[in-house]
Design a protein. Structure first.
Length: 220
């Protein structure tokens, strides 16, 4: 058997920079939205703008790469959830990990970049994994029957950014960050409780359609 290729120092540095850029992009996009500049993202990530443009020729190419990294995280935590013998615990782990990661914070760039084949393939795989998590939890009576995978995706996106945390970081109020993170964990717990099958009140309106969640990524 051929041993796996070893990563050289250069590759390790590229991967570190990509992770830093993804985290920075989530933070900058939470404040600046689709108008976030590459310079602001590079500065937040402490990555030189010159080295960034040597790796990514355009802002679109950078955002495409960050989108792939974000979906790969979704896939990783979904697979972790499916590996849990307890369907509810697996689903709760997935939702919590995605929210705390800031999944969905790249939503402001939806429709502004071309969806690459890699983005599309991995996104569909992630959708399939979430559907499997949802089915498992519903089949054991843990998840309320009227909750759909799109409901969960939208919930993750809504809670994936924290205005309070962003405001405190902008103000430099590091003393209040732990309290804000604890408050966020409480909100996540409240949201998870609302997904449980024991909740008997019907959800308002009709289930959201796939169109609502995905058509924002169609480039105008």
């Amino acid at each position: 058997m051929t041993p796996p290729a070893r990563r050289g120092p250069r590759q390790a540095e590229v991967e570190r920079n990509d992770r830093a850029l993804l985290e920075a992009a989530r933070e900058v996009l939470a404040v600046d939205g689709a108008h976030a500049s590459v310079a602001a993202i590079a500065a937040r990530a402490d990555v030189g703008i010159g080295s960034l443009y040597r790796r990514y020729r355009t802002k679109e190419e950078l955002f495409q790469r960050l989108s792939v990294l974000s979906v790969e995280h979704w896939i990783d935590v979904a697979e972790q959830g499916l590996a849990d013998d307890d369907p509810w615990a697996g689903l709760a782990h997935f939702i919590t990990a995605c929210i705390e990661f800031g999944q969905g914070s790249l939503a402001p760039i939806a429709g502004t970049i071309e969806v690459t084949e890699e983005m599309s393939i991995k996104s569909h795989h992630g959708d399939d994994l979430l559907a499997a998590l949802t089915v498992r939890a519903r089949e054991v009576g843990a998840l309320r029957p009227d909750v759909t995978p799109i409901d969960i995706s939208l919930l993750i996106e809504q809670l994936g950014t924290s205005p309070v945390l962003e405001q405190l970081r902008k103000q430099g109020r590091n003393d209040l960050i732990p309290a804000a993170m604890e408050a966020r964990r409480r909100i996540i717990a409240i949201a998870l409780d609302g997904l449980r099958a024991s909740r008997i009140a019907s959800l308002p309106g009709h289930p959201p359609s796939e169109k609502l969640f995905t058509e924002r990524w169609t480039r105008e």
